[in-house]
Design a protein. Sequence first.
Length: 420
Amino acid sequence: MKFHITTLGCKVNQYESEQAKDLLVSYGHLYTKNIEQATLVIINTCSVTHIADRKSRQQISKALHINEKARIIVTGCTIENKGFDARSIPGLMVLKDNLLKELEQFSSLPQEVPPAETSNKRNIRKMIMIQNGCNYYCSYCIIPYVRSKKYSINPEQIIEKISKSLDSGIKEFVLTGINLGTYDYAEASLLDLLKRIMQIKGEFRLRISSIEPNLVSDEIIEYILENPRIAKHLHIPIQAATDSLLSKMNRKYTIDNYNDLLDKLQNKIVVTTDLIIGFPGETQDDFAQTIRLISSNKFMDFHLFPYSKRVGTKASEITGHISSENMKERMKQALVENVSNRSNYLSCYKGEILEVLVEQEKDGHYYGFSDEYIKVKIQKKGPELIYKFIKVRAYDVFEDTKASGILGEFVELIAFADYK
Ligand code: SF4
């Protein structure tokens, strides 16, 4: 059987789709990028903004239109969203959870023989979901209403998954969750989990994806700093630049709290963040403060989101919604400011040594990500470096259509024995 998976949204969705793909491949089925060729189509939807919702619905219609014969399974956040009832659409199987269980029925279907020229591109990064759900109820966010209740995964399962993946050549693990800082499994905290993972021997790097600012404890910072195998990068959503907006958003910290955290991390752990533009009631002064925050050179990068009204959330009832012209103008300014912020930030690395995992070889260059999650481009010459951890000297910044990063030259391989 051939199957196709369309994934929208966050790292948790990506993780769940990856799990589904692994399971179907283990049954001998073949993944195809073409929906037309698939007997089974899975659409893992996202509802974080109205645009994500729309895209999810478009993907469902597309699948129904272009492959009438396929079995179509829809899962993810959009199915629980008000105003859209996927269950009423004929021809869809709608699943809130238990996707893997449902896929077990495909274990006995005939296997597909892979074509001779399958890609030899190796996957060296794996997401590991450690937690799901959130009960923070930020006023703009639909997730607590559409995801399952908060729960954490048994550390034994996490350790087993990482150990097995190491055997199959994975070199970087990314811990993901909807609110992963709230991880707690039978008294084991996120810090305990990190300690367990660091007991696993092997050549790998561990990343913590997004973590809420109030959950980055001094102990976690200290532990990250003393473990070379844990990446020195954290994505810590700030969401707003003023206390009045943070309070309307029902966030759990003030700007002073966040600045205290940045002071502890400065020059040790690189921070990227999320920022919402045009939250209801955002004044010109608030926005001026937003622009100052972006240009403060404290963050390597901002993921900028125009506020999106989600029916059913508290923020959708707040008055003072920003007009679409105003929103466009503010987004434009913020994006321009962030391009120059990122470039200034990266410029500071010129002459520095970065630790890079090389993951791709293209057009005479190696590409990889540094510990700080900076994209690094290295001219291909000298020893074979693909899938290796190396030290690189940064000498310039590059910009391309998709991303900016650092140009670097190879210095030496990293000796992992030194990391124990
Ligand atoms: S922390 Fe806030 S923004 Fe993040 S998932 Fe929970 S409610 Fe949503």
